[in-house]
Design a protein. Structure first.
Length: 87
């Protein structure tokens, strides 16, 4: 049975650095190829949700209630933001 060629790495240097850091071959290949692709941003942090500062006090209350944060009724908006971030 003929052996299939492995997919080519798009960024060998990044792949080797990830392998040196202990990543598996598969994970290192995925990450290095994603970083080499300009339309992907694997190291970009954060999601698409707005910052807690942009939420209303009521929305923050609802989220705090979902998470079971104690004392949420008496908190200011800033205190709720802090409590949610430190959860």
């Amino acid at each position: 049975m003929p052996q299939q060629d492995a997919p080519a790495l798009k960024d060998e240097k990044t792949y080797q650095a990830l392998r040196d850091d202990g990543y598996s071959k598969e994970a290192a290949a995925r990450i290095s190829n994603a970083k080499a692709n300009e339309s992907m941003h694997p190291s970009k942090k954060g999601g698409t949700s707005p910052s807690y500062e942009d939420w209303t006090k009521e929305d923050l209350y609802d989220r705090a209630q979902e998470l079971g944060i104690e004392g949420r009724s008496d908190m200011t908006k800033a205190e709720r933001v802090s409590a949610l971030r430190n959860r």
